[in-house]
Design a protein around this ligand. Structure first.
Ligand code: PMP
Length: 423
């Protein structure tokens, strides 16, 4: 059952790696959930622009003007990609982690935050200084909505509140019921931010259709190079907050006061939270990736990826020692992110063998989602594993897992090699 359509051209297709068994093989990058290879198209766009790049918002020269235009047009491209509301702001950050920390720094006073314990650490941890309620792992999407509803019903109804939820899990690949969670949040006067780090590369994300207040994602998971990310959404909290970083670019006017101090007027626009010289190459590459994915069409991207998912899941199901980790069950809609353990195997050794013997790059560990992986493995939350910690002894329950993940650039041969290797 070969996947329909062709994979999108990405960098690294022809990279060969040595095998311990002798010889070499083309590298099968199956760790897209960590970082996806850059699209060839993005690389070409960046290479075409690179000789012309200059400072953004700072120079009178032609190339500075050109770079400023590209930078600001990239904002428009991202807003279109996310189907933002007219008055939403698109703030360029370094990553999803940075975006969510920025929003955490911009919370109104006394904001209550609600977050499931199943979140990636980037969406679990930034709220620690707020009044945060951690919600227990649900076992169905419906239970997720009911759990949130209950928590919100108990909250102080007059203060501000924020729900933070991931669109697609970086551990199970399962989709979360974002629209329903957003409706629940809004029904209780709360706002919601969507961690789309794993959703945006695989599915169209519409701020308006999902009715979320903010979206965060990272360029390096969306087929662009490292170093840039996005926080897009409502401007009021962002405008009311102190700048995330103090410095040039964020400030409109700075003057000495008679008492010797300094007065600052900050920008109200996205620039308020973008102090310092911006990463114009990173931002331009995100915009290029957004355009490339839109032009390729998510219908065919999704169809192809679902076919790869079926190949991997069917292959893993034929190996009795393999247990695939899932919160919502086999029928849950999912993206191409699949975690599993192999009975009798140390997960780190298993992943190392996939690399050394087959040239396949996967990830092992707890995937920066320790509470979720522990829940799925059934291990004791107080005592078990850290990322990179020693594995379970033979016969003991696994303390970490193996994750295979893929996307728009993955050829059939990579997932077929993976399935054969596991077998
Ligand atoms: N959220 C999710 C769901 C993720 O998978 C990741 C990255 N693994 C992040 C947030 C953080 O992304 P970044 O490392 O690019 O900040």
């Amino acid at each position: 059952d070969p996947a329909c359509g062709a994979p999108l051209p990405v960098l690294g297709r022809d990279v060969t790696v040595p095998l311990v068994t002798g010889g070499e093989v083309t590298y099968a990058a199956l760790d897209y959930a960590a970082s996806a290879p850059a699209l060839q198209r993005v690389w070409d766009d960046v290479a075409a622009y690179a000789p012309y790049y200059g400072s953004v918002h700072r120079g009178a020269g032609y190339l500075s003007q050109l770079s400023t235009d590209l930078f600001e047009n990239s904002r428009v491209t991202v807003a279109e990609f996310l189907d933002c509301r007219d008055d939403d702001q698109v703030v360029f950050t370094r990553s999803t982690t940075d975006s969510l920390n920025l929003l955490a720094a911009a919370l109104p006073a006394d904001c209550q935050v609600f977050v499931f314990e199943t979140e990636h650490h980037a969406s679990l941890l930034p709220w620690r200084d707020a009044r945060v309620t951690y919600l227990n792992a649900p076992r169905t999407p419906g239970e997720a909505v009911a759990t949130l509803e209950r928590a919100l019903a108990d909250r102080d109804p007059y203060g501000p509140a924020l729900v933070c939820v991931t669109g697609a899990s970086n551990v199970t690949g399962e989709l979360w019921p974002v629209r329903e969670l957003a409706a629940a949040a809004h029904a209780h006067g709360a706002r919601i931010v969507l961690d789309a780090a794993q959703l945006a590369p695989h599915h169209p994300v519409s701020v308006q259709e999902l009715d979320v207040d903010w979206v965060a994602f990272s360029g390096h998971k969306l087929y662009a190079p490292f170093g840039s990310g996005v926080l897009a959404g409502r401007s009021d909290w962002l405008r009311a907050a102190e700048p995330y970083l103090a410095g040039g670019g964020a400030s409109r006017k700075v003057a000495r006061r008679a008492d010797g101090g300094v007065d600052v007027e900050w920008h109200d626009s996205a620039a308020r939270h973008e102090a310092g010289s911006p990463n114009v190459i990173g931002v331009y590459s995100i915009a290029s990736a957004c355009k490339a994915l839109t032009e390729a069409g998510f219908d065919s991207i999704v169809e192809r990826e679902q076919s790869l998912i079926r190949t991997v899941r069917a292959g893993l199901a034929e190996v009795p020692e393999v247990r695939v980790l899932s919160l919502f069950g086999d029928d849950a809609p999912r993206v191409g992110v699949i975690s599993f353990v192999v009975e009798g195997w140390n997960s780190s050794h298993f992943a190392a063998a996939l690399s050394a013997e087959y040239g396949i790059g996967v990830r092992d560990g707890l995937f920066c989602a320790h509470p979720l992986v522990r829940t799925l493995l059934g291990s004791d939350p107080q005592t078990q594993g850290e990322c990179g910690a020693p594995e379970a002894a033979p016969g003991e329950k696994s303390l970490n897992a193996i994750r295979v993940s893929f996307g728009a650039g993955t050829p059939d041969e990579h997932v077929e090699r993976f399935v054969a290797a596991v077998k």
